[in-house]
Design a protein around this ligand. Structure first.
Ligand code: NCD
Length: 318
């Protein structure tokens, strides 16, 4: 498979904010080619053969880390998963020293997840390999937005002109932020739906409309994207109880009936069943594309790793 011209891409993928339609389309088009192959297809070639990808995860992750690992391996790269707990960080080494040390091993890419917004961008300034943000605090999670967009595009044939409701804990969600940037850039209409305590008014400036009544927010939408209630990021109580939350903001058949009859259900995972989503709708394989999102994650990460590895003219960090 040939690699497209990558000159328009940035050195790193730190977020969706600031990317153009052409840059987003380049990632999606290349990922779609990977998605159309079987997992063991020889047509992949091994474009990263002999190169190294390092996964540096400071926060727990199941699907994102394994998905990056699988993507890099399918491209032929050697993959190192840094266990932060067992690394020199636990001996007091700073974040920056760790990144500089790893950079000296000349990896092709560093994939980083960190609990603090902005930490990944800080590290990117200290290395000369490509850096991919695998989620930084409540800021951005660009590959999640790309895999969501690829899933929507494959099922609906387009992004432009669709109405997408992003529902629930928008305030703590990097997934919501990256998706709002991506979908509005690509010409979709985005609604942020949730309780007042969990939908910051700042999302309006990002181009989203705000709804505090889920029934109104879901009316006639093409896509219902549910978010996990991220209690680990909450200090104090943002809603009275899980039962109360489900009653007003959990996705069930009755609320889903207000969306378009062909509306798709999405969730980035991990799901809290019975809190933000009812099992009955999560497992409805006509409408729910939650498994497809996971599958598209591998294709998107293959595309991102390959395209960023092929960037030439990288600045050398002094
Ligand atoms: C998301 C994350 O980590 O931001 N999960 C994921 O990457 N699949 C969403 C979440 O944790 O709720």
């Amino acid at each position: 498979m040939t690699t497209p011209e990558t000159g328009i891409l940035p050195q790193h993928l730190l977020g969706i904010e600031g990317l153009t339609r052409d840059q987003i389309s380049l990632f999606l088009d290349h990922a779609e080619r990977y998605a159309s192959f079987g997992a063991r297809d020889a047509a992949f070639g091994r474009p990263l053969d002999g190169r190294t990808v390092i996964n540096l995860f400071f926060e727990n992750s199941t699907r994102t880390r394994t998905s990056f690992e699988l993507a890099a391996k399918r491209l032929g790269a050697d993959v190192i998963n840094m266990e932060v707990g067992a690394s020199s960080i636990s001996k007091g080494e700073t974040l920056i020293d760790t990144a500089v040390t790893l950079n000296a091993m000349h990896p092709e890419a560093l994939v980083i997840r960190h609990a603090d917004s902005g930490a990944v961008a800080l590290l990117a300034q200290k290395v000369n390999c490509a850096v991919v943000n695998a989620g930084d605090g409540a800021h951005e999670h660009p590959t999640q937005a790309l895999l969501d967009a690829l899933t929507i595009r494959l099922r609906k044939g387009r992004l432009e002109g669709l109405t997408v409701a992003i529902c629930g804990d928008v305030a703590h969600s990097r997934v919501a932020r990256s998706n709002i940037h991506l979908l509005t850039t690509m010409g979709a209409t985005v609604r942020a739906v949730g309780p007042r305590s969990l939908v910051p008014s700042g999302v309006r400036a990002m181009g989203a409309e705000i709804f505090h009544d889920m029934r109104e927010g879901l009316r006639d939408v093409d896509i219902v994207m549910m978010l996990r209630v991220q209690t680990e990021r909450m200090q104090g109580n943002f809603f009275p109880s899980a039962r109360e939350y489900f009653r007003f903001f959990g996705l069930d058949r009755e609320k889903l009936a207000l969306a378009r009859p062909d509306a798709l259900i999405m969730h980035p995972g991990p799901m809290n069943r019975g809190v933000e989503i009812d099992s009955d709708v999560a497992d409805d394989f006509e409408r729910s594309v939650i498994r497809m999102q996971v599958e598209m994650g591998v294709a998107v990460r293959m595309a991102v790793l390959e395209l960023l590895s092929n960037r030439t003219g990288r600045e050398v960090v002094k």
